[in-house]
Design a protein around this ligand. Structure first.
Ligand code: BMA
Length: 329
């Protein structure tokens, strides 16, 4: 490998397909997408924008499941190969002794990360039906302990870094509004205890055409010799509504609010039928990446058209080479 991956483990059974012969794309799709169909549960309307991590000798995840009443809920799931998933039929019920957190109204777009001794889940959490960033932890994906919301409403796309930075937990997020938010920058915040968040810093604003309306952090950033490799989504407003694509950036290792490279084009945009057609057309929305420290292989989980879940692949070398040669800050 040309670039070094820091702090990640080997995942010998990472979901993987080689880049198809003749393909010049930096990120390529799994040829049997989508991996999770909308009706995987008898009660599900759609399963998308979901997170997976290595767990035991397989994988565990937290899934966005919208049910047939169109409640937005989070379900835990397990997989041996990261592709075929058993998703619990019951939603996660978070345990908490914080009275204000005891009423669940909705949860969506989860991210999951292992930090120190446990898995943390962040998601867009309805607080009095106002979206903000919910935080919980689990050791086993059976019992989930909910902490305080990280921020005031309105906020979405809370994404933790996989280790403390400058001695504090660190999170990216995107302040928003109560609706479909026609704006959005990525911000960085730190916390000594996962409860009190501060040291807020601006990271990036929308810039290129494909992301000209708003941007938001996607999967957990990957630490590399060149900085934090972050995939992020960007939204363009077309005559027909929002179009969600995604690309990548490198953030400074010690001051991650400073982008050092930023892809000037999308890496995946809605082009396949399952990305263009569904409950919300033209959405590709990444919420998780697995990275194998030995080979540099990356598998990205992304939601498609707010309906189903797919996989795509790249490598640390492929993405960073792209960013080195095609960056526009
Ligand atoms: C965002 C979130 C995502 C969704 C996207 C497109 O605001 O709600 O869950 O995928 O809109 O509808």
């Amino acid at each position: 490998m040309k670039y070094q991956i820091i702090g990640e483990k080997e995942i010998p059974n990472i979901p993987w397909q080689d880049k198809p012969a003749g393909c010049s794309d930096v990120v390529w799709r799994y040829d049997a997408n989508p991996i999770i169909q909308r009706d995987i549960l008898p009660t599900s309307n759609s399963v998308f924008n979901s997170a997976a991590v290595p767990f035991g000798d397989g994988f565990a995840g937290v899934f966005r499941v919208d049910d047939k009443a169109r409640n937005m809920e989070l379900h835990a799931g397990f997989s041996k190969d990261g592709i075929n998933w058993d998703i619990n039929s019951e939603r996660i019920t978070f345990e908490t002794d914080i009275p204000e957190m005891q009423t669940f109204c909705y949860g969506y777009d989860p991210r999951v990360v292992f930090i120190e001794d446990r898995y943390y889940v962040t998601w867009c959490n309805g607080y009095k039906y106002r979206p903000t960033i919910g935080v919980a932890y689990t050791y086993d994906f059976k019992t989930f302990h909910q902490l305080e919301n990280a921020f005031l409403p309105f906020n979405r796309n809370g994404v933790l870094f996989p280790r403390k930075i400058n001695g504090n937990f660190a999170m990216l997020s995107r302040p928003s509004d109560s609706g479909h938010t026609p704006f959005g920058d990525i911000y960085y915040s730190e916390s000594p205890d996962m409860t009190f968040w501060g040291k807020h810093r601006h990271v990036m604003s929308p810039s290129m055409g494909w992301e000209s309306t708003k941007i938001g952090a996607g999967p957990i950033p990957i630490e590399t010799s060149e900085g934090w490799l972050m995939f992020y989504h960007g939204v363009l407003t077309s005559c027909n509504g929002f179009v969600y694509s995604f690309s990548a950036a490198l953030l400074d290792k010690d001051e991650p609010w400073k982008p050092v490279k930023r892809g000037k084009e999308y890496l995946i945009s809605p082009q396949k039928l399952y990305e263009c057609v569904g409950d919300v057309p033209n959405v590709t929305f990444p919420c998780a990446n697995l990275v194998d420290a030995k080979t540099g292989r990356i598998a990205i989980y992304y939601g498609c058209a707010d309906t189903c879940t797919s996989l795509c692949f790249t490598t640390v070398d492929d993405v960073i080479d792209y960013l080195m040669n095609n960056s526009q800050i």
